[in-house]
Design a protein around this ligand. Structure first.
Ligand SMILES: Cc1cc2nc3c(=O)[nH]c(=O)nc-3n(C[C@H](O)[C@H](O)[C@H](O)COP(=O)(O)OP(=O)(O)OC[C@H]3O[C@@H](n4cnc5c(N)ncnc54)[C@H](O)[C@@H]3O)c2cc1C
Length: 405
């Protein structure tokens, strides 16, 4: 490819067609910008096409984190009215179940804390929890139920928002990996891709875990990558079912683990002591999609890696936990076992804003809710509008200073 081959000329080029990139493209287009999206493989190739679509509100820390998650949930309600009811948005709540009295005592405090944060939440005994969920494990002795938790089908959402973007005039280029940002002195003026240059007055990187690769341009984005494992079984039950979170791994539950009386021993994963160290931790979740397929998650390993494939050790952990939780489904087929690359930041909040003449919308640990919300934040920044979340998510915020990943 010669450096003078121009693939497109536009106002803003968005790199990455996951939830962050496509929602940002949509928001920018709504503000009148010409937008081109370039994706190295295909939309949803990254984490956005590998998750079960949980919109947990109850596990989000009070304040900014919960505010952002609530805003993300509202964005899906808005998207239903834009793209239609085609991505299985449903608000059937979430159950955080427990298996010991010690866990139950901590979850009592959690309920008080969550109620103070304005969530509709209550403690249930096993019988009441089992009435809400047909896939509640028998080992659960009770559960916290939060009516605000919701779920989407991320893959269907990505298809719908990509189609809506294209209808609105956004051009989406697949198999178009970006090699580098083009600059005129200090100013970004587009990107060089494997298929030619895209010239633009603004460049947005929405590259998920691959934000790390910006280091080759001298831009350090403090995103730590992790490999998140997921197991999927053929349909086991149909009907409405809340999201499920179990106590054997509370990796993504900031609101719980930061409680004053949280006891890590009470929530340790029994499996983590047995492994060979190839996986680090576990986030104990289970949920159904609308067709009744069961998702069991999540092993967490591969810190720092950009290898998205599930390790053997994590494969064993996932299979063991699924078998332990759901012995009655042992004859059902496993239809998928995969991993995807997650992103973590030092304060578990996304990084949204301008750095070194480019715009970032990255660092989404729980991006099913944060990505659509942050797309609006970033589009507002590009358009010069004010936004309630902008300052707290900025790349130059104090919590990110000095972070080495
Ligand atoms: C197994 C798993 C389960 C999860 N479960 C949940 C959940 O239930 N709830 C929740 O909130 N979150 C969950 N997450 C996290 C969530 O999926 C992510 O936070 C979210 O998808 C991030 O979206 P993104 O658009 O920022 O990144 P991605 O979806 O990773 O998109 C980045 C895109 O950029 C592209 N790209 C990268 N580099 C380039 C380049 N140089 N040129 C062109 N394109 C490039 C990639 O190919 C990719 O398509 C889960 C993640 C995994 C892996």
């Amino acid at each position: 490819m010669s450096s003078d081959s121009v693939l497109a000329n536009t106002d803003i080029v968005v790199v990455g067609a996951g939830l962050s990139g496509l929602c940002t493209a949509w928001e920018l287009r709504q503000r009148g910008f010409g937008v081109v999206v370039v994706e190295q493989r295909f939309p949803a190739y990254g984490a956005s096409g590998r998750n079960p679509g949980a919109l947990w509100l109850q596990t989000r820390r009070s304040g900014l984190e919960l505010g952002l998650a609530r805003h993300g949930k509202r964005k899906y309600e808005e998207y239903v009215s834009i793209v239609g009811d085609v991505f299985d948005y449903r608000c059937e709540g979430g159950l955080f179940f427990f298996e010991t009295e010690e866990q139950g005592a901590v979850l009592q405090s959690y309920v008080q804390d969550r109620r103070a944060a304005g969530l509709e939440i209550e403690m249930l005994d096993h019988a009441a929890a089992a009435k809400k969920s047909r896939v509640l494990p028998r080992s659960a002795i009770g559960a916290v139920f939060c009516a605000d938790d919701a779920q989407v089908d991320s893959l269907q959402f990505i298809s719908a928002i990509e189609a809506a973007c294209i209808r609105a005039g956004v051009r989406v280029f697949r198999n178009t990996a970006v090699l580098t940002t083009l600059r005129d002195r200090d100013q970004a003026i587009g990107v060089r891709t494997v298929r030619g240059d895209v010239l633009a007055s603004g460049v947005v990187w929405a590259t998920g875990a691959w934000a790390k690769t910006l280091i080759s341009e001298g831009i350090h984005v403090p995103v730590q990558t992790v490999r998140i494992g997921q197991l999927m079984m053929q349909p086991v039950e149909t009907g409405t079912t809340p999201l499920l979170h179990g106590p054997q791994g509370v990796h993504g539950s900031g609101a719980l683990v930061e409680l004053a009386d949280f006891d890590p021993e009470a929530f340790a994963t029994p499996l983590s002591g047995e492994g060979d160290g190839a996986y680090e931790s576990y986030n104990d979740t289970a949920m159904l999609n609308r067709a009744g397929a069961l998702y069991v998650g999540h092993s967490i390993d591969g810190r720092g890696s950009l290898n998205p494939h599930i390790s053997l050790a994590s494969t064993n952990v996932m299979a063991a936990l699924a078998a332990e939780r759901y012995p009655s489904y042992s004859d059902h087929g496993v239809t998928g076992l995969w991993a995807g690359l997650g992103s973590e930041t030092p304060d578990q909040l996304p990084i949204v804003g301008r750095i070194d003449s480019i715009y970032l919308n990255v660092g989404h640990d729980w991006g099913v809710s944060s990505a659509p919300a942050c797309a609006e934040v970033l589009a507002a920044i590009v358009a010069g509008e004010t936004n309630e979340f902008g300052a707290a998510l900025a790349p130059d915020r104090a919590a990110l200073q000095g972070a080495t990943d």
